[in-house]
Design a protein around this ligand. Structure first.
Ligand SMILES: NC(=O)c1ccc[n+]([C@@H]2O[C@H](COP(=O)([O-])OP(=O)(O)OC[C@H]3O[C@@H](n4cnc5c(N)ncnc54)[C@H](O)[C@@H]3O)[C@@H](O)[C@H]2O)c1
Length: 315
């Protein structure tokens, strides 16, 4: 298939480029990052495009069978709110509109676990039960989560007015060789003293996410479906019931879990609809103290992680 990956220079986009090339797809990446002009064939075609510009979006979407839309400002605290909201909503609007007018078959929209609103809430709240699934309502307060919810609504409107089908993938907190230690060390080393996690200690290994995005691109689901994609275990190595009892007491009911150390978000719908099954865990990267193991450290130093290889494929 001819697949366009937006946000191709970002970590999720790059890991996805790597996954798609390995699976034999014809891949184009786009991002706001300047291209390299002197290169040869790096494995994927790259085009610089700012998706908030409708002309850029139409130009890059043209010819794609599937668009995997990763481009976004990935959280709300490093840019002013209006920039996060404008960039993320307009980029998704333009991708959806271009997909309809240019005859794309399918859009895989990278949404976020933050649609529930808990992660960046000014007035904090938490889910009443674990594991969290797609039935938990979206109650966003911040510009990033609001833009993700509107992005999913843009997918609803796109499939309502055309034959394009769509899947919104809601990843948890994305981890790769470059940030596993920084992100998860506090959870792994002392999850009972570290502040509680509103996602109930869920995370997603980037290579499982890239695989899930490919499965979503290749699947034939109708209409628009929103799916959580998470790792199977939680990011602490401890039983989820113990963590929740310690931090939330009776305020959070714990339902049936696939394993004692399950993450607090369920991927059952993704497994059912697109065959997603996570294959990686933080234990492939970190020791029991939360420190990076030698193999991932060396892979990173050599530039041989899937993220780095995906970026290198762009030139
Ligand atoms: N990182 C996480 O923990 C996480 C969790 C859930 C969802 N997500 C989502 O996953 C996607 C990828 O995030 P990431 O972690 O790889 O972030 P990232 O910042 O590494 O990559 C995002 C890329 O999008 C590009 N981009 C932003 N605005 C653009 C525009 N207007 N036009 C073209 N390109 C644009 C950026 O230049 C960047 O290269 C985003 O949609 C993000 O919201 C991330």
């Amino acid at each position: 298939m001819q697949i366009l990956v937006t946000g191709a220079h970002g970590k999720v986009g790059a890991a996805t480029i790597h996954e798609l090339i390995a699976a034999g797809h014809e891949v184009t990446g786009c991002d706001v990052v300047a291209p390299v002009y002197e290169g040869g064939d790096f494995g994927a075609h790259y085009v610089q495009a700012d998706l908030t510009d409708a002309g850029d979006a139409f130009a890059v979407v043209r010819g794609a069978d599937v668009v995997i839309h990763c481009a976004a400002l990935p959280e709300p605290t490093r840019n002013v709110g209006s920039t996060v909201f404008r960039n993320n909503v307009m980029a998704t609007f333009n991708v959806a509109e271009a997909a309809v007018r240019m005859g794309v078959d399918r859009v895989v929209n990278v949404s976020s676990e933050t649609v529930t609103g808990m992660a960046f809430a000014e007035r904090p709240f938490h889910a009443a039960a674990a594991p969290i699934d797609e039935s938990v309502p979206a109650r966003p307060q911040d510009p990033y989560a609001l833009a993700k919810v509107f992005g999913e609504q843009l997918m609803d409107a796109m499939v309502a007015r055309s034959d394009v089908t769509a899947v919104s993938i809601r990843p948890s907190w994305v981890q790769w060789e470059g940030n596993y230690e920084r992100s998860l060390k506090p959870w792994v080393s002392d999850p009972f003293s570290a502040p509680p996690s509103e996602s109930f200690w869920s995370y997603i290994d980037i290579y499982d996410l890239a695989h899930g995005l490919r499965l979503a691109a290749e699947a034939r689901t109708a209409g628009h479906e929103a799916l959580y994609v998470v790792s199977a275990d939680n990011g602490t190595g401890r039983p989820l019931r113990e963590l929740i009892a310690h931090h939330f007491g009776e305020a959070v009911a714990v339902g049936e879990l696939a394993r004692a150390d399950a993450g607090g978000i369920s991927y059952a719908k993704a497994e059912r609809l697109i065959g997603y099954k996570p294959a990686h865990t933080w234990r492939d990267y970190l020791n029991e103290d939360g420190l990076l193991l030698d193999a991932p450290r060396e892979r990173l130093a050599r530039g041989e992680t899937g993220v780095q290889r995906g970026r290198a494929a762009l030139g």
